[in-house]
Design a protein around this ligand. Structure first.
Ligand code: HGY
Ligand code: MN
Ligand code: MN
Length: 412
C-alpha cells in the first residue's frame, strides 16, 4: 500500500475530542480536568478503553504515565512514540494536551483499520500532570520518566490543600507498578495547539517549532505582621501584600527591560485574606522563559536583588525557592524538516517557529530525537475556556502526525 496516501478519519477525531470535552466540561465551554482529579480518572479510563479496542498493549508506570503499544514487524527495534496530556488547567481549554493524545489515538486507529504493521513498534502516551497547575512543577511525570526529576520528590509535591501527588495518583488508581524509567525511543513527535497568535497571523496551517523555551519556576514566601486595619497607623506596617505588589511589578518591568523573554506572576495566595486585617503572609510564583537559559537566569539574579531590597525596606522577611528549571529544547533538525516536508507533500502551508509553551517534548528531547506539530489557536488564546481550533486544522495536524509516524516507524 502507498502509505503516503493514507489519511486519518477527521470525523472520528472530532468525536473523540468532543467526548473528552464532556469530561470536566465547564459552563464557558472549556474543561477542568486537574491532575489526579476524578475528571482526570474518568478521562484516563475512557482513553484506556479506546486503546484496548484497537488491541494495544497498555501499561501504566509509577507516575501514572499511560502507554499504548502497537506491535511492529521487528519488536526488538526502539519504538516510535507520540502523545501529550489529558490533564488541563483550571477553567482550561478543550484542545490543550488532549489534541495530542486524541490525534495519536486517531493515527493508531487508522493503522489498525488498514491493518498496517510498521517495521518498528508504535507507542502512544498520556503523560501525567503536564500542566503543573495543581501539583507543581509542569511536565513532572515525563521529567521523572526521563530521569531528570526524582520520583519520590514528585510524589511528595502538594496541592493548595496539602494533598500529596503520590497519594492522589493512588486514589485514582493510576499509580502503576512499572518503573517510570525511559525505554529506548527512536523518535518522539508531539502534536499540540500553538497556544499563541503566530500561525493565525501568518495564515499558516501547520507549525514546526525549532524547539521550546526554557522554563524556570520560583516560589516566593513573605511574612509580615497582621493587625487590625483601623487602629494601626500606616507608618511601620509590615504589609506583605504591599511588598508582593512591588515585586510583581518588578517581574513585569525586568522582562520588558531585558527583552527576549517572558516573565509572569500567575499565582498568589494572600493570608489571612480578610479585608480588615493587614496581610502577614503571601506566597506567589514567578515563571521566566527564554530561548537563552543564561538570559533567563540573569533576569532571576536581578529580581532576587530587587526582592531583597523591597523585603528589607518593608520589613517583610522573604524566602525564595528555586522550584524547577527545564532547559530550552532545540528539536532534532531531521524530524523538524520531516514535519515541514510532510506539510508540503499534503499541501498544507507551514511555518518554522518556536514554542513559548512548555510540553513533555522538552524532556523527551533530552532522551531521543524529538519534534512537534502545531495547528493554529483562534485569536492566539489558550489556557482559557474559549480556547479553539478548527476541526479542519485538527484533521490536518493529525494527517501530518500520521505521515511522520509512518516515515519514522518504517526507518531501519
Ligand atoms: O506551562 C506551560 O507552558 C504548559 O502549559 N505546562
Ligand atoms: Mn499542553
Ligand atoms: Mn497547558
Amino acid at each position: 500500500m502507498d502509505k503516503s496516501n493514507l489519511r486519518v478519519n477527521g470525523k472520528r477525531l472530532r468525536m473523540s475530542l468532543e467526548e473528552m470535552a464532556k469530561i470536566g466540561g465547564t459552563p464557558g465551554g472549556g474543561v477542568e480536568r486537574l491532575a489526579h482529579s476524578d475528571e482526570d480518572k474518568t478521562a484516563r479510563d475512557l482513553f484506556v478503553s479506546w486503546l484496548k479496542e484497537i488491541h494495544c498493549d497498555v501499561t501504566v508506570d509509577e507516575m501514572g504515565n499511560i502507554f499504548g503499544r502497537r506491535k511492529g514487524e521487528k519488536e526488538s527495534l526502539p519504538t516510535v512514540m507520540s502523545g501529550s496530556h489529558v490533564d488541563s488547567q483550571p477553567r482550561g481549554g478543550r484542545f490543550d494536551g488532549i489534541l495530542g493524545v486524541m490525534g495519536m489515538l486517531e493515527v493508531m486507529r487508522t493503522l489498525h483499520d488498514n491493518g498496517i504493521v510498521t517495521k518498528r513498534p508504535v507507542t502512544i502516551v498520556d503523560w501525567t500532570n503536564e500542566e503543573g497547575s495543581r501539583f507543581a512543577p509542569a511536565m513532572i511525570a515525563s521529567g521523572v520518566w526521563a530521569g531528570k526529576l526524582d520520583r519520590d520528590w514528585a510524589y511528595g509535591r502538594t496541592d493548595k490543600n496539602g494533598k500529596k501527588q503520590g497519594d492522589e495518583l493512588a486514589r485514582i488508581g493510576y499509580k502503576g507498578k512499572q518503573p517510570a524509567k525511559a525505554f529506548p525511543v527512536h523518535a518522539y513527535y508531539e502534536y499540540h495547539i500553538e497556544q499563541g497568535p503566530i500561525l493565525e497571523r501568518e495564515s499558516k496551517t501547520i507549525g514546526a517549532p525549532k524547539g521550546i523555551l526554557c522554563l524556570h519556576w520560583y516560589d516566593i514566601y513573605l511574612t509580615g505582621t497582621a493587625n487590625q486595619v483601623g487602629p494601626t497607623p500606616m507608618e511601620g506596617r509590615n504589609d506583605t501584600l504591599c511588598s508582593a505588589a512591588e515585586m510583581i511589578l518588578a517581574v513585569n518591568r525586568v522582562a520588558h527591560q531585558l527583552g527576549n523573554m517572558v516573565a509572569t506572576v500567575g499565582e498568589i495566595q494572600n493570608y489571612p485574606n480578610s479585608r480588615n486585617i493587614i496581610p502577614d503572609k503571601v506566597h506567589f510564583t514567578v515563571d521566566i522563559r527564554s530561548w537563552d537559559d543564561g538570559h533567563a537566569l540573569r533576569a532571576w539574579d536581578l529580581l532576587k536583588k530587587e526582592f531583597n531590597i523591597i523585603a528589607e525596606r518593608r520589613s517583610t522577611p522573604i524566602r525564595m525557592e528555586e522550584t524547577w528549571r527545564v532547559e530550552h529544547a532545540p528539536f532534532n533538525d531531521k524530524l523538524v524538516r520531516r514535519v515541514l516536508e510532510s506539510a508540503e507533500e499534503l499541501g498544507y502551508s507551514s511555518h518554522y517557529m518556536v514554542s513559548g509553551a512548555g510540553h513533555d517534548a522538552s524532556y523527551m528531547n533530552q532522551i531521543c530525537p524529538t519534534a512537534m506539530i502545531f495547528i493554529p489557536s483562534k485569536n492566539g488564546r489558550s489556557h482559557v475556556e474559549v480556547e479553539e481550533s478548527t476541526w479542519e486544522d485538527c484533521e490536518a495536524g493529525a494527517n501530518i502526525l500520521l505521515q511522520c509516524i509512518l516515515k519514522s516507524a518504517d526507518e531501519s
